[in-house]
Design a protein around this ligand. Structure first.
Ligand SMILES: [Zn+2]
Length: 303
């Protein structure tokens, strides 16, 4: 089954958190994302799935959820998140492929996927997995990179960019880095069983000169005002969408309590994995999945 899955952009061993966020002059991007998340997240919740959690930059923003499951393909990113957040009961760390999510159907009441879709070679396949993991009516907050942004439009019109920002095809500007057209993302969400409720445009002022001369607080405040125009048009490099999982999905997991009820085997789909010493075993196919040092690892089975 794994061999049929699309390629994954793997951050194993990456210093992304330090290089991009902490030394990369991105306080503005970080703060306007935080603002969009505050506006879109439910006020309270039980179990939130953070897809592509990385080193846990956004995780403290989900503090009003009782429990957060951090999922990333890279184990070293999750180790950084553990070091930052601590282990404790509140957090569950899971290394897994987003195309084969190891969760029982309908166990989460919310999910977030921020700065992750732009690494997806098959976004619709990933979104279907997310939809299946959510309860009916569960909230999904998706951020994606918008190819039809003002900078790309101006560059295209000036003849300084070969690709057309208005066309519906994705643009892969680096390997496994895609910008998508808003209309296409909307259609994927709808096809995968989501009802879109709200769209916020984010990072209106992602221009080095502007970030240098305008005080950060003022810039964040201005972006906060402009975010509300997202339901009308989307011309920013980053777009946030709040959608609800529609349809009738029977919840088979127990969400809280036993973690065996949270997971299902990503290979055969059996639920009710049994907890052993350092592993979970699948009652369906007999595969064992590692659970060492506080990280459940579903990327490859032990046996
Ligand atoms: Zn199995």
């Amino acid at each position: 089954m794994c061999a049929e899955r699309p390629p994954v952009c793997d951050y194993e061993g990456s210093d992304y958190q330090t290089a991009f966020w902490e030394q990369g002059d991105r306080a503005y991007e970080d703060q306007v994302e935080a603002l969009a998340l505050r506006r879109l997240l439910p006020k309270a919740g039980k179990l939130l799935l953070e897809l592509g959690a990385g080193a846990g930059r956004n995780t403290p923003r989900y503090s009003h959820f009782e429990r957060v499951v951090l999922l990333d393909y890279s184990r070293t990113q999750l180790e950084q998140a553990q070091a930052r957040l601590g282990r404790g009961e509140r957090y569950v760390f899971v290394a897994a492929d987003i195309y084969g999510l190891p969760f029982a159907t309908g166990v989460f009441d919310a999910a977030t996927m921020i700065r992750v879709l732009h690494h997806m070679a098959d976004p619709a396949l990933a979104l279907r997995q997310v939809q299946r993991s959510l309860q009916t009516g569960g909230t999904f907050i998706l951020e994606y990179a918008n190819k039809q942004n003002l900078k790309a439009i101006l560059r295209y019109l000036a003849g300084r960019q070969s690709w057309n920002p208005f066309s519906l095809d994705a643009v892969e500007f680096a390997e496994l880095n895609f910008d998508f057209h808003p209309r296409v993302v909307k259609s994927w969400l709808e096809e995968c069983g989501f009802d879109i409720q709200r769209t916020l445009t984010v990072s209106h002022f992602r221009i080095s000169l502007v970030k240098r001369v305008v005080p950060l607080r003022l810039l964040v405040w201005l972006d906060g005002l402009a975010q509300w125009s997202g339901d009308l048009w989307q011309l920013t490099p980053s777009v946030f969408v709040r959608a609800k999982a529609a349809g009738e999905l029977p919840a088979e997991g127990q969400g809280e309590g036993a973690l065996g009820g949270l997971f299902r085997c990503p290979e055969c789909g059996s639920s009710g994995l049994e907890e052993g010493q350092g592993y979970l075993s699948c009652p369906g196919c007999g595969r064992r999945w590692s659970s060492q040092d506080g990280i459940y690892d579903f990327r490859a089975s032990l046996a």
